[in-house]
Design a protein around this ligand. Structure first.
Ligand SMILES: [Zn+2]
Length: 350
């Protein structure tokens, strides 16, 4: 049975007869299916991704990479970090922290030289040395390359391509490297269209300060931060692969059963570009109550085989058995955070 939209409607549930409650749920189901699109278009909370943009940060890692990652995480952003090889080599933990925070790591040359004046073999060793540094620090082999200063030629492109690197320049220059103010950076980012990529930099305070407003602007235009496709160089939906350090979501028992309690086990059987399904199986009780917490800005869009209710934040769902068995499920919209998975907080009887 389908019911409820996370956070938007919390049906008032007076203590009445079970029949009344069931009718109310039925009624809301009908209303929901009729108004499904209208609910999804609600502008204030859940982001609807009608397109993706690639946020990129060059020249890291730097001494302020962790500050940048904090801002990105707090705003539910995944971005592409075009790293300089020698910076990675001297600050491997910062490069690893980028990946741990859900960022994509990419090649921005060994030491930010003007590469078009290099010989082919110099280009080759520069890019492969950078790839090796990134791979050994993070475990991830880069698939994207941005030439320093955006300066390129056909030799450089073919060398990059022979190393499995797709060249990515940018569509929008934030001008953060050129002393742009926070509001100028926000305004430049406001020109981003679906599929496009913006140039920003690690290590600049104004850039970090601009991120919340950039995200507010993108959200208001139903654009979400995405990954850059290695095959097209355009921004696309994140592929749903969680960062390597995220524990696998499948089959992890979550609640040690307290006395009189039950056990709820969550799996993630389906993951798409912008959403995923979670299936929760309860053991040890026929009548159960399971509390599930989401990570903002993720939102539940649909549930089945249980009766959900929500706390005031809209991120904590209490699911009660409704006679449909011991497995319930729900669909979660990623809204730009493709790595987080719901946490089961408790499973109790009754
Ligand atoms: Zn650069």
């Amino acid at each position: 049975m389908y019911a409820s939209i996370g956070g938007f409607r919390r049906p008032s549930t007076p203590r009445t007869s079970r029949l009344t409650v069931r009718l109310a749920v039925l009624a809301s189901t009908v209303a929901l299916s009729a108004a499904g699109l209208a609910v999804a278009a609600t502008p204030s909370s859940a982001a609807v991704c009608n397109g993706y943009v690639g946020l990129t940060f060059d020249d890291g890692p730097t001494g302020s990479t962790s500050a940048l990652l904090s801002v990105l995480r707090a705003n539910g952003v995944r971005a592409t970090m075009f790293n300089v090889g020698q910076n990675v080599q001297s600050n491997q933990s910062a490069a690893r922290a980028q990946v741990d925070a859900g960022m994509w790591v990419a090649n921005h040359s060994w030491n930010h030289a003007h590469m078009t004046s290099m010989s082919q073999s110099q280009m080759q060793s520069d890019l492969s040395q950078t790839n090796s540094a990134i791979q050994s620090a993070t475990g991830v082999r880069p698939q994207l390359f941005r030439p320093p200063y955006g300066e390129t030629n056909s030799t450089l492109q073919s060398v990059a391509s022979s190393l499995g690197l797709r060249q990515v320049i940018w569509d929008v220059d934030s001008q953060d490297w050129n002393g742009a103010s926070v509001s100028q950076i926000v305004s430049n980012a406001g020109r981003l269209q679906a599929g496009q990529v913006i140039l920003m930099h690690d290590g600049i305070q104004n850039t970090r300060d601009a991120i919340p407003q950039i995200m507010a602007n993108l959200t208001s235009r139903n654009l979400c931060p995405g990954m850059i496709s290695p095959s097209t160089g355009r921004a696309v939906a994140p592929d749903g692969t969680p960062p390597p350090t995220t524990p696998p979501p499948t089959g992890t028992p979550t609640t040690p059963p307290p006395s009189g309690g039950c056990t709820a086990t969550a799996t993630t059987p389906n993951v798409w570009g912008d959403r995923y399904n979670t299936s929760v199986t309860v053991q040890g009780a026929g009548n159960w109550t399971v509390v599930v917490a989401l990570t903002p800005p993720q939102r539940v869009s649909t549930t089945w085989n249980g009766s959900p209710s929500w706390d005031s934040t809209g991120y904590v769902m209490t699911m009660r058995s409704n006679g449909s068995g011991n497995t319930f499920g729900f669909t979660t919209m990623m809204n730009g955070n493709s790595s987080a998975r719901p946490q089961i907080r408790s499973c109790t009887t009754g």
